[in-house]
Design a protein around this ligand. Structure first.
Ligand code: ADE
Length: 241
C-alpha cells in the first residue's frame, strides 16, 4: 500500500513514521510512505502558500493552487485518482472499520491542512473523504495523518507478524480486549488469575470472553450496544444493553 501525504511539514510525518512496526513494514516493501511538500508547488515568488480569507476573519487560509498542484503531481505519477482524505475536525470520527476499509486501497492521499483551513474550491475538486480523529482541534493535520497511516497500515496483510493479533484485539466485535498477564506469577503481591495457569484452553477462552464484556461495560458502555453477543450473553448482560 502506498501513502502520499500532502503537507507543509514533511519531516514531521516522515520521522514519525520511520520506526517500529511501520518502519519495518516499509523496509519489507509492504508499505511506502511519501511526504509531498505543498510548498514546493507554489508559483508565488516568496514560496508563500497562504493568504487572507475573503470576507475577513481571523487567520490565513492555504491557497488552492499549491494544494491542487501537489495533489495533481501524485495523480499524474500513479496514473489514476485515488481516494483523497482531508484531515479535519469537520468529518466523521475515524474508527477501526474505517481503517480496515481504507487498508483495501492501493494508494491513499492524505491532505494535511494548516492555518485556518484550505480554500473550499480545491477541497471540492480533490477530496473524496473528510475524516476527523476526534472532537478536539489540533494545529494541523499531520498528527491525524500519522494516526491514520498507523491504524491503516496494521490492517495491511503481513504488517503484523502474528496473524492472530489483528483479530482478537480491542474493537473486534465492538468489545475491548481482555486483561493480559506475563511473568512473574506474582508481582507486588498481585497474583495472575489462576485460570490462566490451568492449561484448560476452553476455560481460558470463556474467562477472556467474560472479561472482555465486563471491561467493555465498565470502560466503554456505549460500545456494548453494538457488540456481537450470543443470545445467552444478551440475557446475562441485559441491563447494560
Ligand atoms: N485537524 C485539526 N484537528 C483535527 C482533528 N481533530 N482531526 C483531524 N484533523 C484535524
Amino acid at each position: 500500500m502506498n501513502f502520499h501525504i500532502l503537507t507543509l511539514f514533511p519531516d514531521m510525518v516522515m520521522q514519525g513514521l520511520s520506526t517500529s512496526i511501520i518502519g519495518r513494514a516499509k523496509d519489507k516493501g509492504l508499505l511506502s510512505i511519501e511526504a509531498v511538500n505543498i510548498r514546493d508547488y507554489t508559483l508565488e515568488r516568496h514560496k508563500k502558500v497562504d493568504d487572507y480569507p475573503y470576507g475577513g476573519g481571523a487567520g490565513m487560509l492555504m491557497q488552492a493552487q499549491p494544494v491542487y498542484d501537489a495533489w495533481k503531481s501524485v495523480v499524474d505519477r500513479i496514473g489514476y485518482k485515488p481516494r483523497t482524505v482531508y484531515l479535519t475536525p469537520q468529518g466523521p470520527t475515524f474508527t477501526q472499520p474505517m481503517a480496515k476499509d481504507l487498508a483495501q486501497a492501493k494508494d491513499l492521499i492524505l491532505l494535511c491542512g494548516h492555518y485556518e483551513g484550505i480554500d473550499e474550491r480545491v477541497l471540492e475538486e480533490i477530496v473524496t473523504d473528510y475524516v476527523s480523529i476526534g472532537d478536539y482541534v489540533l494545529t494541523g493535520g499531520e498528527l491525524p495523518a500519522m494516526v491514520m497511516v498507523d491504524a491503516i497500515s496494521r490492517m495491511v496483510p503481513g504488517v503484523l507478524t502474528n496473524d492472530e493479533s489483528g483479530s482478537t484485539e480491542s474493537f473486534e466485535g465492538n468489545l475491548l480486549e481482555y486483561p493480559q498477564y506475563s511473568r512473574p506469577e506474582e508481582w507486588m503481591g498481585k497474583k495472575v488469575p489462576s485460570i490462566l495457569l490451568s492449561g484448560d484452553h476452553k476455560k481460558v477462552d470463556e474467562w477472556r470472553r467474560e472479561q472482555a464484556i465486563l471491561r467493555t461495560i465498565k470502560r466503554r458502555p456505549d460500545l456494548l450496544k453494538k457488540a456481537e453477543l450470543t443470545k445467552k450473553e444478551q440475557m446475562k448482560y441485559q441491563e447494560y444493553l
